[in-house]
Design a protein around this ligand. Structure first.
Ligand SMILES: [Zn+2]
Length: 171
């Protein structure tokens, strides 16, 4: 029937985003002849037009969660601009940074000074304790980094204003 075809068209692409109870009801109405397929198709088209906006709203909410999720701990000052550093997820970054999820699902820094330091460097996890020492300006020697070719090595790292962290091979 027309209603079933409609379900075929709509479901694979839009089910998760779109098929609210209301839409399910509309489809059911078409199947039972209570509503015309074109009326419901119009309704779907209108809903479909709203998807990009809704998706963006969700992503914004995500970003807000991420920002408010940061702990209240003092990590020190941003090496680039002097504002406080925060830990967000698996990185430390300047509290002026605003991070938003882009449409392709990647996180991008959309505002702020941009300084960030990842909690994993060359296969090695940076602990909170290490991060504190780094942010206090120390050079910290860590064992067990893994190079791109798979070789283990020990090295000192330090904060780098441009790159977040840098290996300190001068020591
Ligand atoms: Zn900064």
């Amino acid at each position: 029937t027309e209603g079933e075809r409609l379900t075929d068209v709509v479901e694979p692409r839009l089910k998760d985003v779109l098929l609210t109870a209301r839409m399910e009801q509309a489809l059911s109405d078409v199947e039972h002849g209570k509503r015309g397929p074109s009326e419901v198709m119009d309704m779907f088209h209108r809903e479909a037009l709203r998807i990009p906006a809704d998706a963006t709203a969700n992503l914004k909410a995500d970003a807000v969660t991420r920002t408010t999720n940061t702990d209240a701990q003092e990590w020190g000052d941003c090496p680039r601009c002097g504002q406080p550093v925060r830990k967000t997820g698996r990185m430390w970054q300047c509290s002026t940074n605003k991070t938003e999820k882009t449409k392709d699902g990647k996180w991008a820094t959309t505002a702020g000074c941009g300084w960030k330091m990842f909690a994993r460097i060359a296969g090695k996890t940076i602990t909170d304790q290490t991060a504190r020492r780094l942010l206090a300006g120390q050079s910290v020697t860590l064992k067990g980094f893994t190079s791109k070719s798979g070789k283990k090595f020990d090295a000192a790292i330090r904060i780098d204003k441009e790159r977040g962290t840098a290996f300190d091979f001068d020591r």
